[in-house]
Design a protein around this ligand. Structure first.
Ligand SMILES: NC(=O)c1ccc[n+]([C@@H]2O[C@H](COP(=O)([O-])OP(=O)(O)OC[C@H]3O[C@@H](n4cnc5c(N)ncnc54)[C@H](O)[C@@H]3O)[C@@H](O)[C@H]2O)c1
Length: 337
């Protein structure tokens, strides 16, 4: 058997087994020489130093220590960093990109469950399922059915505003093609022709807010996206609009959202909040028209192996000289998650 490149795991043990189940580890071990029983959450100490000295590929994941100049000098053979999770911004120092080490992320694989969650929430949110279920649970026996003809609920022929044709936003846009809805898109990086290819009408964010029955937020947290849905824009939303946020809490002004939802004029479904988690007793947690989930839209449980699958496929591509699907280019960092 030809010499396999040496790879090293740096991923938290709590995530490791889910991301790399035994069969996936076996596949990976056909490609690289890797110790499947050791994963580093710190690069301090003799074992990490010895592993880094040989490492050609670092396979990272949640809980990975920061990869910086010190790690690079301890790992002179390193040529690729394959991240079996989403963003690399938190743990990959810019010096890594400057060094020529190739960086790949499994954000594309993590986008799939977030898009699935989003579509589920758009369907259920449009029907006001969560608030109606709460009212039903609280009602006494014999309460008449809680639905009306012409009450403005339901997905049929409504307008969905997508904020950000990001990886997740694009998965959502693709899934929305199956529904008979009008789709608006706000994304300053997407031109009209591309928006049309994505099945959406490109609009400004104010226009999107004015026209959308459902707004779903998929932009990255950046200085320019902070509070992009502020009090003024929330006021533009039509009566009974539903805001779904699976992106980052900072994109919506929490105080303004709390005030808007308290009036009952709009509803919200929030997988992310600012602050996160919300403090116990926060008004949003008790509102019947607000559903808050604990940042669970991304890969969880069985979905974790999708990240490992993606990472193993990236290693395969790397070793075969094929372009990496999840390659992170340094020039994209200022406007990606
Ligand atoms: N809830 C979860 O579990 C979960 C999981 C993964 C990602 N996320 C979040 O979802 C969001 C999308 O993630 P991703 O990996 O698809 O992002 P991404 O890195 O693909 O997003 C980059 C794209 O966003 C768009 N964009 C950039 N600036 C924008 C702006 N000002 N307005 C509108 N669009 C803009 C551009 O098209 C850009 O290419 C991020 O906020 C991310 O943190 C949440």
């Amino acid at each position: 058997m030809p010499r396999r490149p040496v790879a090293v795991f740096a991923i938290a043990p709590w995530a490791f087994g889910g991301v790399f189940p035994a069969d996936l580890l076996a596949r990976l071990r056909q490609l690289v020489d890797i110790d499947p029983t050791t994963t580093f959450t710190s690069f301090d100490g003799p074992a990490a130093t010895a592993a880094l000295a040989e490492a050609e590929i670092l396979i990272t994941g949640w809980g990975c220590p920061r990869i910086d100049a010190a790690v690079l000098s301890a790992a002179p053979r390193l040529r690729a960093l394959v991240h079996a999770a989403g963003t690399v911004k938190a743990h990959v120092d810019p010096v890594v990109f400057e060094s020529g080490v190739v960086v790949s992320s499994a954000a594309e694989a993590n986008a799939v469950p977030v898009a699935d969650y989003t579509i589920a929430m758009l369907v259920l949110g449009a029907k006001q399922v969560f608030s109606r279920a709460r009212r039903y649970a609280a009602a006494t026996a014999g309460t008449p059915p809680d639905w009306l003809a012409g009450d403005g609920t339901g997905l049929h022929h409504c307008t969905v505003g997508v904020v950000g044709a990001s990886r997740i936003g694009r998965h959502v846009l693709r899934r929305l093609r199956r529904f008979d809805v009008e789709v608006l898109l706000y994304d300053p990086y997407v031109n009209a022709a591309e928006a049309a290819r994505l099945g959406a009408e490109p609009v400004g964010l104010d226009d999107l807010c004015r026209r959308s029955h459902l707004v779903t937020v998929h932009a990255p947290a950046l200085p320019e996206t902070r509070h992009m849905l502020d009090a003024r824009r929330l006021d533009l939303l039509p009566e009974n609009a539903v805001v779904v946020n699976t992106a980052r809490g900072s994109l919506i002004d929490t105080q303004a959202l709390t005030r808007a939802c308290a009036t009952g004029r709009i509803s919200a479904i929030l997988d992310v909040t600012d602050p996160e988690p919300l403090p116990p007793g926060h008004p949003l947690l008790a509102m019947p028209n607000v559903l808050v989930t604990p940042h669970l839209a991304g890969a969880q449980g069985r979905e974790l192996r999708r990240l490992g699958d993606f990472a193993v496929a990236e290693v395969d591509r790397l070793l075969n000289g094929a372009p990496l699907v999840g390659r992170v280019e340094p020039e994209h960092l200022p406007h990606i998650a």
